[in-house]
Design a protein around this ligand. Structure first.
Ligand SMILES: [Zn+2]
Length: 116
């Protein structure tokens, strides 16, 4: 494990004009999911409900174009407030995953979660 915090290689995907279009379409088609922070408190299970300022990939795409574009019906995108997005990103960069429901498969556009 290297200790340096290097930006991952796929970070450059965010510079593409396509990312702007994806976010625009996501906000237009799923305004609630895009504009309200979807993070849940790990203890209370309460949704954050702060205005979402950032669009997050539920499953880290790691350069995968399908996941990067949001998968089917943008199921892989969610709005997060700045605080929750920073927390999630920091965890992901450190190689850990958030304690959140993990999608293990897709049935059409419906995600199947572990521990359901
Ligand atoms: Zn939040």
């Amino acid at each position: 494990m290297r200790s340096e915090r290097k930006r991952p290689e796929w970070d450059k995907l965010y510079n593409l004009a396509e990312w702007g279009r994806i976010k625009e379409r996501f906000r237009a088609e799923y305004p609630l999911r895009a504009c309200i922070c979807q993070a849940q408190d790990s203890e209370t299970g309460q949704q954050c409900n702060q205005p979402a300022t950032e669009i997050d990939h539920v499953i880290p795409h790691k350069g995968d174009w399908f996941l990067f574009c949001g998968g089917i019906d943008f199921e892989n995108l969610q709005g997060l407030c700045h605080r929750h997005h920073s927390e999630k990103t920091a965890l992901e960069l450190s190689g850990k995953t958030l304690k959140q429901r993990r999608v293990i498969a897709w049935c059409g556009s419906v995600p199947i979660y572990a521990n359901d």
